[in-house]
Design a protein around this ligand. Structure first.
Ligand code: NAD
Ligand code: 3PG
Length: 539
């Protein structure tokens, strides 16, 4: 049973898939006070929020069970995604569910700003009849600059065209041909400043967009331009905006979002040419149902191992590709488990190579699985597929992925090499159709090992009687050998032996093995079962 905590006001009907599913228990609160949230979060597997709940690292520190943070909306700036990733918590959002709502709200703000509707309404209901004062301007023939041509920016452009506006679009990803298809002009930020009568913002709040509309940008803007922000507070510097309004450089602003929500300083909001709404862009019945349905479905997808579509901190992988890759993920983690134990210490560099059929696969999850296998030997259970790369970066271990043409005679082949102090350990694996996964090479010795939990690795000289002596010591101590693999470099030279055992051997047995003449080294290895499923790994 998964316990899901819903804070913020989330559509009841959109949560139905979770309510109706026997595996989920949902506790729902509208606007849970922060101290209450801290006190109860510890018993939940998933948390569903909108923009009003700040999901901080401190909150996550109180949430040992938490494995999913779901944002029923687009912006995840209220979630410390980096902290979540480090903790191995998957963050998901509902990227498309409120596009239409936010688009329509932007158009509503555009029209309301141009025709001064909120102020005219206030005046009229107070008994005034101020027709001259509330004369507006037309959209027809005006230039609209759209900053951020993603989902909402694009939909705004389509609708604004029907008002016969000239549209300039800026987005680092906007290509000329897409702009042409939309019937808009691709422009730079400066060109928008120079020509736009209205500017509307549709970017996320990220490092690059914080304060994007600042004093110097406002100075470049056309005199009398109007600005709309239905994206995120903080993209416009509110002090600079107020100064621009006070100087008359900016003729009006329509704001749905604020640097601080709810706002504490009302000077900007009280300016006569400013109209505001309390972050209502996504607040339609339809959008709220859609975003809640999207995250409910995604929570179930994660828990039931289906395709995950909108993880913010995981590569997208289809359920089908996950199922196809499963044997690789499992042997990849086991390969890493063998390599890290043979290295006996943490690596200073990691190299992974893929060849054969793996060249055609998306190996991002496989790489995560291998990194997880390397790290979990020293960092224990806290490593999972979400935080593997972050933990690796934190350890300062560089990694390199190579796609190799040579498949060493296997239809698919992966090799992991770990480096430390001039030493290296390499282990390679393949998945044999119909036979399952095998470790096929250890430190350039060719073998054919089906990994088991208990392994014994022996480095020795290739001399007669070695197998028999090892076998009889293990037999004397009642240790059953499952399989035994030997590999040698040259006849009579160095060789390796790797055995699967039915149980772990203890130190005295190991010492006895080491005393056999011709044995250079023994190592007792223990493997986890490796990757079984995303659900088991990440939850
Ligand atoms: N007011 C609301 O209630 C409300 C509702 C929905 C979305 N939003 C906000 O609107 C924003 C856009 O949402 P979306 O669904 O269109 O997202 P999206 O990801 O589809 O589009 C964002 C676009 O911004 C572009 N971008 C990123 N950095 C940029 C930069 N420096 N300059 C110009 N463009 C840049 C991206 O390339 C992308 O095309 C998000 O921040 C979201 O949180 C607000
Ligand atoms: O990013 C979003 O999806 C919007 O800002 C909506 O936020 P809300 O869910 O708090 O209304």
């Amino acid at each position: 049973m998964y316990k899901v905590l819903v804070t913020d006001s989330i559509s009841e009907s959109g949560l139905m898939p979770l309510y109706e599913h026997p595996n989920y228990e949902v506790d729902r609160y509208d606007q849970l006070p922060f101290d209450k949230l801290f006190s109860i979060i510890g018993s939940y597997d998933a948390l569903v929020v909108r923009s009003q709940t700040n999901v901080t690292k401190e909150l996550m520190d109180h949430a040992p069970r938490l494995r999913i943070i779901a944002r029923a909306g687009v912006g995840v700036d209220n979630i410390d995604v980096e902290a979540a990733t480090k903790k191995g918590i998957i963050v998901i959002n509902a990227p498309g569910g409120n596009t239409v709502a936010a688009t329509e709200h932007t158009l509503a703000m555009l029209l309301a700003l141009a025709r001064k509707i909120p102020h005219a309404h206030q005046s009229t209901i107070h008994g005034n009849w101020e027709r001259k004062k509330y004369q507006g301007i037309e959209l027809y023939g005006k230039t609209l600059g759209i900053i951020g041509m993603g989902k909402i920016g694009t939909e705004v452009a389509k609708r604004a065209k029907s008002f016969q506006m000239n549209i300039l679009g800026y987005d680092p990803y906007l290509k000329e041909d897409r702009a042409n298809k939309l019937g808009i002009t691709k422009a730079s930020l400066d060109e928008i400043a120079e020509h736009a009568d209205f500017i509307t913002i549709h970017t996320p709040l990220i490092k690059e967009t914080k304060g994007l509309i600042n004093k110097s940008y406002i100075q470049k803007m056309k005199k009398g331009a109007r600005i709309i922000n239905c994206a995120r507070g903080g993209i416009i510097d509110e002090n600079a905006l107020l100064a621009g309004l006070q100087s008359g450089k900016i003729a009006g602003a329509a704001l749905d979002v604020f640097e601080q929500e709810p706002p504490a300083n009302f000077t900007l909001l009280h300016h006569p040419n400013v109209i505001v709404t309390p972050h209502l862009g996504a607040s339609t019945e339809e959008a709220q149902e859609k975003v809640a349905l999207e995250v409910s479905a995604e929570i179930i997808n994660i828990c039931e191992n289906q395709t995950i579509r909108s993880a913010v901190n995981m590569p997208q992988i289809t359920g089908e590709s996950q199922a196809r890759m499963q044997p690789y993920l499992q042997i990849g983690e086991q390969m890493a488990g063998i390599a890290i134990q043979l290295l006996k210490t943490a690596p200073e560099k990691i190299q992974i190579s893929y060849s054969g059929e793996l060249l055609d696969e998306d190996t991002s999850l496989l790489t995560r699985s291998i990194i997880k296998g390397v790290l979990s030997h020293h960092l224990s259970d806290s490593v999972n597929l979400i935080n593997a790369f972050h933990l690796l970066r934190e350890q300062g271990v560089p990694y390199q992925i190579q796609k190799e043409a040579s498949n060493k005679g296997f239809s698919n082949y992966m090799e992991l090499t770990l480096y430390k102090n001039g030493e290296k350990v390499s282990v390679a694996a393949t998945v044999l159709i119909g036979l399952g996964a095998r470790i096929v090479n250890i430190n350039d010795y060719r073998i054919d090992l089906k990994p088991e939990k208990h392994l014994l690795y022996i480095k020795h000289y290739d001399i007669p009687g070695m197998i028999g002596r090892v076998g009889s010591i293990l037999g004397d101590h009642n240790v059953n050998i499952g399989t035994m693999q030997v590999g040698r470099s040259t006849v009579g030279g160095e060789a390796i032996m790797i055995l699967t055992l039915d149980k772990k051997i203890d130190d005295p047995v190991d010492l006895q093995l080491q005393s056999i003449q011709g044995i250079k080294e023994t190592q007792i290895l223990e493997l986890t079962s490796g990757y079984n499923s995303l659900q088991e790994t990440s939850l």
